[in-house]
Design a binder for this molecule. Structure first.
Ligand SMILES: [Fe+2]
Length: 432
């Protein structure tokens, strides 16, 4: 009898680690971007990664429809933020299209006639009527092989919202975490979308720390630092200093407001505490929701809101219920109670995480039907549409994304990663 072989020969382990290190080192020299961050009525944000070998600086040239040209100062990228930085250009007209391009320090200006200019748009004023075409989704693994970004770009949305697991980082080791972000951000199809469509983001477990982690995980501030370095969100992201200990935020587009929640940073173990959001975020959300005069309010979370979300069925019969969703926490009753008590109208819930797309009409005590639209995954393993809670109205197990057309009402449709529609456009009724 021969000796038992170890499951993985040491040489393979060495090569694997070496391979990761080599690929991380190669990425380290990548210039990435431009990526558009959250626009404001008078300002736009442009994110770049420029390492020192490429000058470590960039500037933005912005051209208005009247031919006026504006040049930003040189912006030095931050070595502490993996050589990234955000340019914020203000003094612009609301709801107006401009064109821009990015220059790197030390590279000569090319001929303006042949240089590619990209469209960039300011947000409408909160008081102005506006329509919004919003694409959203979550869970994108396998960078470099993500056709979904082309399918989203083909729909010409005004905004893309990521609800987490972008990237699947699964580490809080700073160098590896930044390598995962670089790898994800380097997908050429993603970059083609993100240089023309502004992106907002929140996170789920895999970009926060690892599968089904909770807020007790050590090193969560490293995950927050990486998130802020790579996502130019309205207040918490990009290079702007902000003491908020999480990724929650709001974004306004005319009469539409998006409430971006952080359901990772302060969550307790399910069933052992009330906390999904934490006291500071609850106070903030109550203040923002009760003060908002937006006619349509999208509340976005990584985890799902509906009752007893079934992950799968043991032997095809017995439901295995997921515990890492709002259903396991008292913050769910708190949020629905807040909406009902203050008669907060125009709310639609958005979520990701489930690795299948679902539409729910929730059972609640408010005065109008409350819908939850779930979109997942953009590019990741699928879970089957097993029988779920009674609130579910539709389900599809496909890679893809959701598209919302919002004006006075909300119309949703779901699309697969090759641009085929999975669901005919449906308008939410009644919608106060
Ligand atoms: Fe996921």
């Amino acid at each position: 009898m021969g000796a038992l072989r170890p499951p993985m020969p040491p040489i393979r382990t060495i090569l694997l680690v070496l391979g990761l290190a080599v690929s991380a080192a190669a990425q380290d020299h990548q210039v990435l971007g431009p990526v558009l961050g959250a626009p404001e009525p008078d300002a736009v944000r442009i994110w770049m990664r420029v390492p020192p070998a490429d000058g470590g600086e960039f500037s933005v040239l912005l051209r208005s429809g009247h031919g006026g040209l504006q040049r930003s100062a040189w912006i030095r990228t931050d070595p502490g933020r993996d050589h990234t930085a955000v340019a914020r250009i203000d003094g612009l007209e609301p709801d107006t299209e401009y064109r821009y391009r990015v220059r790197l320090r030390g590279f000569a200006d090319s001929d303006e006639a042949t240089e590619q200019w990209h469209p960039i748009r300011t947000a409408p004023r909160p008081s102005a009527p506006a329509r919004l075409r919003l694409a959203f989704g979550s869970c994108a693994n396998r960078p470099g092989d993500q056709p979904v970004w082309d399918a989203i770009r083909a729909q010409t949305p005004d905004l893309f919202l990521s609800l987490g697991d972008l990237p699947y980082a699964d580490t809080r080791e700073p160098a590896l975490l930044f390598a995962r972000y670089r790898e994800s951000r380097g997908d050429p199809r993603y970059l083609a979308l993100a240089r023309e469509v502004p992106t907002l983001a929140i996170w789920d477990d895999h970009d926060f720390g690892g599968n089904d982690m909770d807020g007790r995980v050590p090193g969560k501030e490293i995950a927050l630092h990486a998130f802020r370095s790579y996502w130019p969100n309205p207040g918490s992201g990009g290079a702007e200093p902000n003491p908020r200990p999480g990724v929650w935020d709001t974004f306004r587009w005319g009469p539409i407001e998006i409430f971006l929640l952080d359901d990772q940073s302060f969550r307790n173990v399910p069933r052992k505490g009330v906390d999904l959001l934490g006291e500071q975020q609850r106070r903030w959300l109550e203040r923002e929701l009760t003060a908002s005069n937006a006619t349509i309010k999208l509340i976005a979370s990584g985890g799902a809101f509906h009752d007893r979300p079934v992950a799968w069925r043991f032997l095809g019969l017995f439901p295995i219920v997921r515990r890492d969703t709002w259903w396991s926490y008292q913050d769910r009753d708190w949020l629905f109670g807040l909406l009902a008590r203050h008669s907060i109208t125009g709310v639609v819930l958005l979520a990701g995480d489930l690795h299948r797309h679902e539409v729910h009409r929730l059972d609640w005590k408010g005065g109008y039907p409350l819908y939850e639209l779930i979109s997942s995954p953009l590019r990741q393993n699928l879970r089957a549409c097993v029988a779920s809670a009674g609130s579910r109205q539709w389900c599809a197990s496909k890679e893809g994304f959701a598209l919302l057309d919002i004006e006075d009402s909300v119309t949703y449709s779901y699309w697969d990663s090759h641009g085929r529609r999975l669901h005919k456009p449906t308008t939410l009724h009644p919608f106060p």
